[in-house]
Ligand binder design. Structure first.
Ligand code: SAH
Ligand code: F3S
Length: 449
């Protein structure tokens, strides 16, 4: 292996686009490449290979990637740097980028173990066709690359998705859903904890459908959470994304039972209209969703809830939009991510429905829900005034280096004057002020722990 390293002497740099899953995948790819004799560079302009971990879920992410590739072509020409795209990309865009020689190779999320072969072939100007496209790849035998001084990280527990929401490209780019071996997940979390990590976010497009079966043993998501919480009691555990259709009472009870499982649920709703939910193939109704939110709040009263909402999906009328506004008012989420619909080539909606909501209407509706969410976020943040919060310190506040930056169990950002503590420590902080996005506090002297 050492010999290989000396021989190659090729450095790579990775840029991430899109979701948390891409950040986790970049750490897997970094591990694979380091094992194969490449080394990670912190400097984009000095690297021999630049990898762009792309996302095609929304058109905007794809446009950002294209712009970035254009912007960096000067490096490619000047230094003969290789450009490779990894991650999710619609076939159309991938073919175009390769044809126009904007990139030298593309590696899909199921072929990362072969990435060195893609690079080696690209170095001599040849195309490489992966022969080991692994439909069931989970990368359970690869440990994510450990970064120095990092406190929080992500770990994929499921890959792919079987839900086939009509707007979504993920099932096409990432394949069928499969779950990682729970023993690998536990070992990996333990290794991360031993290496200084204090918080892990378990990732999956739908963590609630996690299920691993071998012989007579079958472990579901609630059991996995329970095992992790017991095995690594000092590690904070988060997870994303929860699916309203699959979230069980068992999971809620486990979250409630363990103090190291964070009290936050990301529960994308997409729309408050039953007509639109049906067109999206979302398999729940607004009534079911609202009753799930009530159940979450009765089992875990301190739980924060966030959402994804998409405006302007095919056939969305003003009354459907009003239903979304009404649902938001009923729930008053802590925060959320809001998007306007963009058709994705290959999806059911792209093939069968008309993208018939005009751009200006989509924009207007999006602004309306963003403004409303801001109002709700401010209201929810004010609920913390005067309360003492346990904050995991992740670093210095970007706005003021004399303040620490961290998050409470509800995943809300808290900043407070440094005084003492260090990165990775847990501070008791009394909240004295709040904006719609940040809680501001001071260290609570009277620590009762
Ligand atoms: N697995 C998650 C979603 C993953 S995609 C779930 O269960 O909901 C992340 C978010 O991107 C989605 O929740 C949706 O709001 C948004 N999104 C997905 N496809 C989109 C599209 N074609 N146009 C706009 N937004 C989209
Ligand atoms: Fe996409 Fe729906 Fe799966 S949004 S990732 S198909 S749950």
């Amino acid at each position: 292996m050492e010999k290989k390293k000396e021989k190659l002497n090729q450095s790579f740099y990775i840029e991430n686009y899109g979701c948390q899953m891409n950040i986790a995948d970049s750490e897997i790819v970094t591990s694979i490449l380091c094992k194969d004799g490449f080394f990670l560079s912190e400097n984009l302009e000095k690297a021999n290979i630049i990898l762009f971990n792309s996302c095609s879920i929304r058109e905007k992410a794809e446009l950002t990637l294209k712009k970035r590739l254009e912007q960096l072509q000067f490096i490619k020409k000047k230094k003969k740097t290789l450009f490779g795209v990894i991650g999710c990309l619609s076939k159309k865009v991938k073919d175009l980028l390769l044809k126009e020689k904007k990139i030298d190779f593309f590696v899909n999320p199921n072929s990362y173990k072969e990435i060195s072969n893609f690079i080696r072939h690209a170095m001599i100007g040849q195309k490489y066709f992966s022969f080991s496209y692994q439909k069931n790849e989970t990368y359970a035998d690869i440990s994510p690359f450990l970064k120095k001084n990092k406190i929080t990280t992500f770990l994929s527990i499921t890959r792919g998705c079987d839900n086939m929401c009509t707007f979504c490209i993920v099932p096409f780019t990432r394949g069928r859903e499969r779950s990682s071996n729970p023993y690998y997940i536990i070992d990996e979390c333990q290794r991360l904890y031993q290496n200084g990590y204090k918080e892990i976010t378990l990732l999956g497009q739908n963590v609630d459908s996690y299920r691993w079966t071998q012989g007579l043993i079958s472990i579901d998501f609630s059991e996995l959470l329970n095992l992790l919480a017991i095995e690594i009691p000092l590690m904070r555990i988060r997870f994303s994304t929860s699916n309203p259709h699959d979230m069980s009472d068992k999971v809620l009870k486990v979250i409630h039972k363990h103090s190291n499982i964070c009290k936050h649920i990301h529960l994308p709703v997409q729309s408050g209209s039953n007509k639109i939910l049906k067109l999206m193939n979302r398999k729940y109704t607004r009534e079911k969703y609202l009753s799930l939110v009530n159940k979450i709040r009765s089992i875990i009263p301190e739980c924060s809830i966030s959402h994804d909402i998409m405006t302007g999906f095919c056939n969305e009328e003003e009354k459907d939009h009003k239903d979304t506004i009404d649902l938001m008012n009923k729930i008053q989420y802590n925060y959320g991510y809001m998007f306007s619909y963009s058709p994705r080539p290959g999806t059911y909606a792209y093939r069968k429905f008309k993208d018939n909501v005009p751009q200006d209407v989509k924009k207007k509706r999006l602004k309306e829900i963003i403004d409303l969410q801001k109002k709700h976020s401010s209201f929810r943040m004010k609920e913390y005034l005067g309360k003492v919060q346990e904050v995991l310190i992740e670093g210095e506040s970007k706005k003021n280096h004399r303040y620490w930056y961290g998050r409470n169990t509800q995943n809300l950002v808290v900043v407070f004057p440094k005084e003492s503590y260090k990165i990775g420590g847990i501070a008791s902080v009394k909240i004295t002020d709040a904006t719609s996005a940040t809680l501001i506090g001071k260290i609570y002297k009277d620590v009762k722990k």
